[in-house]
Design a binder for this molecule. Structure first.
Ligand code: NDP
Ligand code: 8X3
Length: 251
């Protein structure tokens, strides 16, 4: 019986790369995101290429009722979840805090913090019998605050605290909790952050060889391959040209 991984935010970037990596390794995959067309084409591609089963679960992680209804309605065989990858998330804007947009703050906190909590609360009951593994996507932005990062950084500091809390509280169930904290990675992240402005998005990676989705997915997959008694609790991965959230060596 193949193992099952549940990935939020699988329509792009790290989530999509994780779906591809885990499917390639023989996992059956539950993929979530809001863009149903992308979920459907990813399902078709993965099933055809790797011969695994893929379940699409379109919902907005901010919608508390939808999260619980959709997850609880999954067919029983799909509930034997081994790994949850809490990846859905975003940054919006980059302004001084006194000039920030409150709607954008709400969206970041609702998605990155509350959405992650809703999905975790709904999925943890299925991870208890499998002694499963939770992977939370934090960020270097959750380790240091950078200028004009304010609320996005706060949301990722919250993810860091939630990962620590989960690790303590889920000890009694033998559930592993791994916090993955990437630095600059070129996905759709900056396009979303800068509201589709391609020039601004590109400039984030000026003079850098950034991480890619597959770089991050390979590291996540590695964390899930360790023996049952070994857990990577907290992992920071950056481009070699990036020391932390602030210092870069751009060429
Ligand atoms: P992308 O923008 O490429 O992908 C984000 C994914 O999140 C999409 O699949 C999107 O799907 C999904 N998503 C966003 N909002 C929601 C929502 N409300 N409900 C369900 N799904 C949602 O970005 P990345 O792959 O780069 O980012 C993935 C995670 O990694 C995020 O948590 C981000 O904060 C974090 N991160 C990113 C870094 C980077 O430099 N790229 C570095 C460190 C961390 P859809 O729009 O279809 O709903
Ligand atoms: C994404 C990385 O440095 O752009 O979390 O905030 S950063």
């Amino acid at each position: 019986m193949s193992k099952i991984v549940f990935i939020t935010g699988a329509t792009s970037g790290f989530g999509k790369a994780c779906a591809e990596k885990f499917a390639k390794e023989g996992y059956n995959v539950i993929i979530n995101g809001r863009r149903e067309d992308r979920l459907q084409s990813l399902k078709t591609a993965l099933e055809k290429q790797y011969g695994v089963n893929v379940l699409t679960l379109a919902f907005d992680v901010r919608n508390r009722n939808d999260v619980f209804e959709k997850i609880n309605a999954i067919d029983e065989p799909w509930k034997k979840i081994n790994i949850l990858i809490n990846n859905a998330g975003l940054a919006l804007g980059r302004e001084h805090i006194d000039e920030g947009n409150i709607d954008e703050w709400d969206t970041m906190m609702d998605t990155n913090v509350k959405g992650l909590l809703y999905v975790s609360k709904a999925v943890i009951p299925f991870l208890i019998p499998t002694r499963g593994h939770i992977i939370n996507l934090g960020s270097v932005a959750g380790k240091e605050v950078y200028d004009k990062g304010n609320v996005y950084c706060a949301s990722k500091f919250a993810v860091d605290a939630i990962s620590k809390g989960m690790r303590i509280d889920l000890l009694r169930h033998g559930i592993k909790v791994t916090s993955i904290n990437p630095g600059a990675a070129e996905t759709e992240f900056s396009l979303v952050r800068f509201n589709g402005d391609e020039e601004k998005a590109k400039s984030v990676y000026n003079g850098l060889q950034p991480l890619t989705g597959p770089d991050v997915a390979d590291v996540i997959y590695y964390c899930t391959t360790l023996p049952a008694h070994v857990c990577i609790n907290d992992l920071v991965l950056c481009p070699t040209q990036q020391a932390d959230a602030i210092y870069f060596n751009r060429k």
